[in-house]
Design a protein around this ligand. Structure first.
Ligand code: ADP
Ligand code: MN
Length: 516
C-alpha cells in the first residue's frame, strides 16, 4: 500500500507518541491509520454500547430469537474462542508434562532435587470451577458492566458548556474499554482488571482486541477438522467446552458420538475415564444427555415443572436458561430415587449445568434397543409386562413418582429386562395433573402389551388402579377420567385450604402386588 497518500490524510499527525514507534506492527503507514482507526473504533464503541443497551431492554426477546444453533457472527466468534481455549488447555497440559519430564531428568537419583512447580501452567480450566462460575448470560445484571453505563448519545457528547464530555473523553472511554475487554470472549483470561478502575486507552484496547482475534483465527484453522465432526456440531460452544472439560479432567475417556438427537435433548456415548468423582466409580460406558438450550421446545412442557411443588418456588424467579437446567436436575433427582428403589435405570454419574452424565444402557457403543424396536418372544413379552407393572408400582409407592412419558419409546430392553429412561418430566402423584399423567402412562403400556399379545395384560383402568391403589370404579374411559380429575381437584382444594399437599391419595386398603 502507498503510505504517502495515507499519511497525507493526516497532515499534522507529527512524529506520533512513543507507543507508535515501538509498536510491533509499526510500519510508518499505520501511523495515521491507527489514529483514524482509533476514532472509528470509539465511534463503533459508542454505537455498540448503545446497541447493547437497547438489547438489554428486551432480553427475553433476544434470548428466544437467538438460540445457540442459529449461526450468526457472534456464535461463530465464540465458537472459535472455545476452540482457542481448548487448544490452550491442550498446550498447557503438554507443557506441564514436558516440565515434569525435564524435572525428572535433572533430578535423577539426586538427594537434593529442584522443582519446576512454579513454572507449571496449571490452566484455570483444568480446575473444576464450573459450580461457582458466574454464568454471565444468566445474570440479569452483568457484574462487569460499568456502574451506570454512561452512553454517549449519537451526537457524540453529553453535558453542556465546560462540563461537556465527548465520546473521546479519555477516562470515560478508558473505563468502557476495560469493561468491554471481556467481550473478546466469554471466558477469555483478562485478569481481574475489570473489577478495578482501569482505564485502557483505545490504542491498547485495540491492540489487545486485535491479538485476541488473530489468536482465534489461528486456532480455528488448526481445529477445522474437529469442528466438522457431528458430535461437535450438535451442541453449542458453551456445551462443547463443558464436555471438553469432562474429558480434560479425566472423568471421561472419549466422547465417541451421538446416539440420539431429540427435540429437547441430544444424547452422546462416551467411554468413562479413570478419575472417580465423589467416591463414585465412573462406569466404563456413559451416556451424556445434553438438554437443549433452545427454548421453544420446552415451552409446552411448562406444566410439568411449574406445578411440581418441588420446583414451584424457584420457577417464578427463573430465566429460561435456568429452567432448562432444572430439567436436567429433575432427571437426576428422579433417576436417583429410582436407583434407590432398585428400578433398572441409568445410574447418575454427574450433573453439570444442563448436561447429565449417566451410565450407558447397552454395550460397545450400541445402545440397548427401545421396546418398540425389539421383537421379543411371547415369553419375554410376558416377562417384560409383569416387570413393568412392578416398576410402575415401585415408582409410585417407593419413589413417589409418576413417569409421565412412559411408553415403548422410553423403555429399553437390555440384559433380559426392561430399563426405564427419560424421567426429566416425571412428577409426584400429587402434582395437579399427576393422576392424568399416570392414566396416560397406563394407556400406553396397556395398549402396547395387548397389541403385543400378552393375554394377561390389564386394561388401562385396571392398570391405573393396580398402580395407584385407588379404587376408581367407572367402567368407561370418560367417567374414569372425570373421577381422576375430581380427585386432583380435591387435592388442589386441600392445598388451598391447608397450605400443603396430601402426602398421598387415600386408598382403600393395600393394592395387590402383581407378580409373575
Ligand atoms: P428424549 O427426551 O430426547 O426422548 P431420552 O432420555 O429418551 O431423551 O434419550 C433419547 C434416546 O437416547 C433414547 O431413546 C435412547 O435411545 C438413548 N439413551 C438415552 N439415555 C441412554 C442411556 N443411559 N443409555 C443408552 N441409551 C440412552
Ligand atoms: Mn425419550
Amino acid at each position: 500500500m502507498d503510505s504517502v497518500g495515507v499519511a497525507a490524510a493526516a497532515p499534522d499527525a507529527g512524529p506520533g507518541p512513543a507507543w507508535q514507534s515501538k509498536c510491533p506492527w509499526g510500519a510508518p503507514s499505520t501511523t495515521s491509520i491507527s489514529c483514524s482507526l482509533a476514532d472509528v473504533m470509539s465511534e463503533q464503541l459508542a454505537k455498540e454500547l448503545q446497541l447493547e443497551e437497547e438489547n438489554a431492554a428486551f432480553p427475553e426477546v433476544v434470548a428466544a430469537a437467538e438460540g445457540p444453533f442459529i449461526t450468526g457472527e457472534n456464535i461463530d466468534t465464540s465458537s472459535d474462542l472455545m476452540l482457542a481455549q481448548m487448544l490452550q488447555m491442550e498446550f498447557d497440559r503438554e507443557y506441564d508434562a514436558q516440565l515434569r519430564r525435564e524435572e525428572r531428568k535433572i533430578n535423577g537419583d539426586s538427594k537434593v532435587s529442584i522443582s519446576f512447580e512454579n513454572y507449571r501452567k496449571v490452566h484455570p480450566y483444568d480446575s473444576d470451577s464450573s459450580e461457582d462460575e458466574v454464568d454471565w448470560q444468566d445474570t440479569r445484571h452483568d457484574p462487569y458492566r460499568a456502574d451506570k453505563p454512561t452512553t454517549t448519545p449519537r451526537r457524540g457528547f453529553i453535558g453542556k458548556g465546560k462540563d461537556i464530555t465527548t465520546k473521546h473523553d479519555e477516562v470515560v472511554c478508558g473505563r468502557k474499554n476495560t469493561a468491554r475487554m471481556e467481550n473478546f470472549a466469554p471466558e477469555f483470561q483478562v485478569g481481574d482488571g475489570i473489577g478495578m478502575d482501569l482505564k485502557l486507552s483505545n490504542q491498547v484496547f485495540n491492540a489487545l482486541k486485535q491479538h485476541a482475534y488473530s489468536e482465534e483465527r489461528r486456532s480455528a484453522r488448526l481445529h477445522e477438522k474437529k469442528e466438522h465432526s457431528t458430535a461437535e456440531k450438535a451442541v453449542d460452544p458453551k456445551t462443547r467446552l463443558l464436555l471438553y472439560k469432562m474429558v480434560n479432567s479425566g472423568m471421561l475417556e472419549t466422547i465417541t458420538g451421538c446416539i440420539s438427537t431429540g427435540k429437547e435433548s441430544v444424547v452422546f456415548h462416551a467411554y468413562g475415564g479413570n478419575s472417580a468423582t465423589e467416591d463414585k466409580v465412573i462406569p466404563s460406558e456413559c451416556a451424556i444427555k445434553v438438554f437443549k438450550t433452545t427454548l421453544n421446545e420446552f415451552k409446552n412442557r411448562d406444566k410439568y415443572i411449574k406445578d411440581d411443588y418441588r420446583f414451584k418456588d424457584r420457577f417464578s424467579k427463573l430465566n429460561p436458561r435456568k429452567i432448562i437446567r432444572m430439567w436436567a436436575e429433575k432427571e437426576m433427582h428422579n433417576l436417583t430415587r429410582m436407583q434407590n428403589a432398585g428400578i433398572p435405570c441409568p445410574q447418575v454419574v454427574i450433573l453439570k449445568k444442563h448436561v447429565l452424565v449417566m451410565s450407558f444402557i447397552g454395550q460397545d457403543q450400541v445402545p440397548a434397543p427401545k421396546l418398540k424396536d425389539v421383537t421379543l418372544s411371547s415369553e419375554d413379552m410376558k416377562k417384560a409386562y409383569y416387570q413393568i407393572l412392578n416398576m410402575m408400582q415401585q415408582l409410585y409407592r417407593e419413589c413417589n413418582l409418576v413417569h409421565a412419558d412412559l411408553s415403548e419409546y422410553n423403555m429399553l430392553w437390555h440384559d433380559g429386562k426392561v430399563w426405564l429412561i427419560d424421567v426429566s418430566q416425571s412428577v409426584e402423584p400429587t402434582h395437579p395433573h399427576g393422576l392424568e399423567f399416570l392414566f396416560r402412562d397406563c394407556r400406553n403400556v396397556s395398549q402396547f402389551f395387548q397389541k403385543g399379545g400378552v393375554a394377561e395384560a390389564l386394561n388401562e383402568r385396571e392398570l391405573f388402579n393396580a398402580v395407584s391403589g385407588l379404587n376408581i370404579t367407572a367402567d368407561n374411559e370418560v367417567d374414569f377420567q372425570a373421577e381422576i380429575e375430581a380427585l386432583e381437584k380435591m387435592n388442589e382444594d386441600h392445598v388451598q385450604n391447608h397450605g400443603k399437599k396430601l402426602s398421598t391419595f387415600s386408598s382403600d386398603g393395600d393394592p395387590p402386588i402383581y407378580d409373575e
